[in-house]
Design a protein around this ligand. Structure first.
Ligand code: NAD
Length: 479
């Protein structure tokens, strides 16, 4: 049984959850303690108590902690990647890549702890000086989703600690293993007691404490729109700072002048890799008439060749869906697409056993063609390997279709036209824009986030993370 970390102690919970491998549902990874409300409140109290010391820690102390954690994550990337692939179901190379990214994030924010500066300005009044500085917020509650079990905790945790905050983190119920490994690494790296607390447990119980406890100064949330709305309402009610990263319905525009190979590779990668379970996945391929049929034929051909199998097996292109609930949702949307009159051009069948006969939540990647923008499969986030093709007459119509969505996380275009690429970068209503690249797959040292219904609040990652994890003070001094 792996336990929660509260006030520097490993603590049992009143319940436990079983972490099951979606590639082989007979495989129990481990049992994880589930905290209850009182334990979540104890974690908040421990963080509050630790804040007085940690907020005054030197940048060197914070650098040392984050740098040591980053080094251990990188040194253990194969082992931690194996755990991640086993609990979430993305392929081993994807999982190892995610772990390496988490390590790099800790290293980046180790440096940011040293670089956090301010401004010193002359006042508009004679004989007065002005200083603008950034201070830590206090106790930050981190609530994370299951689809990036280590990278998302890392990109919230590292800046929170780098800038002197104390943390209570509640990871997603489906993937406690990677979050527990992070807690263990920080604990052994010498994180002072109470500075980082891990409380695994239910969103409605443990998550709710973080939203409601007045001793939590800010919440950073990544997950679904429905939960994000609850987070926002609870934070507004008590005027806590909050930041939300939520869903997407990301478009990729493919123009007649695109390099077909580049367009197909980008579309297949961003639509289907990681089993389509990325908030930045392309789920709408908006394709102009002149290339439409060639593009669809090439994508279908590529999909047929993809190996859907155990996430940890060499050669697997697409692992399983994360659990039976998500698989049911994917299949429901495939049925909805068919009922709406879309053509299922490839895949869409659940596969109950992998090539070795192990039971898992497998789904052949599904491509819909002849879809219209108003169909539910083009408006709602499916969060699985289910992608639609929408025909467009020309670039202008394609751009309008790309922006015709309540979401705005990532958007892509495949084109050899500099003019259209430049226009798309400027006029796409998304937080991140990709030219001749998949919509998913981003750097760790630059801002990440979206517009419209996808995100709320300051950007995450890179130097921009200081916007959320610090509060600005303006001080005036008479000479
Ligand atoms: P989810 O909203 O179900 O859960 C997210 C987290 O919120 C979990 O830890 C969950 O336990 C917790 N939670 C649930 N109910 C709660 C409540 N009432 N109070 C407090 N916490 C509560 O999302 P999920 O299914 O884990 O993740 C998938 C979603 O995440 C997708 O919509 C995806 O697009 C989104 N996502 C967005 C980004 C981004 O950066 N924009 C990145 C990854 C995933």
């Amino acid at each position: 049984m792996q336990r929660n970390l509260i006030g520097g102690e490993w603590v049992d919970g009143p319940r436990a959850s079983r972490n099951i491998n979606p590639s082989d549902t007979r495989d129990l990874i481990a049992e994880y303690a589930q905290a209850d409300g009182p334990q979540a409140r104890a974690a908040v109290a421990a963080a509050r108590e630790a804040f007085a010391g940690w907020s005054l820690s030197t940048p060197q102390q914070r650098f040392d902690l984050l740098d040591a954690a980053g080094s251990e994550i990188l040194a253990r990337k194969a082992e931690l990647g194996d755990l991640l692939a086993r609990e979430e179901g993305k392929t081993l190379p994807e999982a190892i890549g995610e772990v390496a990214r988490a390590g790099a994030i800790f290293k980046f924010f180790a440096g940011e702890a040293l670089r956090l500066g301010g401004e010193c300005l002359p006042s508009v009044r004679p004989g007065v000086g002005v200083e603008v500085t950034r201070e830590p917020l206090g106790v930050v509650g981190l609530i994370t989703p299951w689809n990036f079990p280590i990278a998302i905790p890392a990109w919230k945790l590292a800046p929170a600690l780098a800038f002197g905050n104390c943390v209570v983190m509640k990871p997603a119920d489906l993937v406690p293993g990677s979050a527990w490994a992070l807690a263990d690494i920080l604990h052994r790296a010498g994180c002072p007691k109470g500075v980082f607390n891990l409380v695994m447990g239910r969103g409605s119980e443990v998550g709710a404490v973080l939203l409601e406890d007045p001793r939590v100064d800010a919440i950073s949330f990544t997950g679904s729109v429905a939960t994000g709305q609850k987070v926002a309402a609870a934070c507004v009610a008590r005027m806590a700072k909050f930041q939300l990263e939520m869903g997407g319905k990301n478009p990729m525009v493919v123009l007649d002048d695109a390099d077909l190979g580049v367009a197909v590779t980008a579309a297949v990668n961003s639509g289907f890799f990681s089993t389509g379970q990325r908030c930045t996945a392309s789920s709408r391929l908006i394709v102009t008439e002149g290339i439409h049929d060639r593009f669809v034929a090439a994508v279908v051909e590529r999909l047929k060749a993809l190996k859907v199998d155990d996430a940890r097996k060499p050669g697997t292109d697409i692992g399983p869906v994360v659990d039976e609930k998500q698989l049911a949702q994917d299949l429901e949307y495939i049925a909805i697409g068919q009922a709406e009159g879309a053509t299922l051009a490839a895949g869409g069948e659940a596969v109950e056993r992998n090539a070795d006969g192990a039971p898992g939540h497998y789904l052949r990647p599904a491509l819909f063609t002849e879809t219209t923008p108003a169909m539910r499969i083009n408006r709602e986030e499916v969060f699985g390997p289910v992608v639609s093709v929408i025909r467009a007459k020309n670039y202008d119509e394609a751009l309008a279709l790309a922006n015709d969505t309540p979401f705005g996380l990532s958007a892509g275009i495949a084109t050899t036209s500099l003019k259209h690429a430049a226009h798309f970068k400027r006029h796409s209503q998304a937080g991140m824009v990709m030219v001749n690249l998949p919509t998913a797959g981003v750097d760790y040292h630059v801002p990440f986030g979206g517009r419209k219904g996808s995100s709320f609040g300051p950007r995450e990652q890179g130097r921009y993370a200081a916007e959320f994890y610090t509060v600005v003070k303006t001080a005036y001094t008479a000479a």
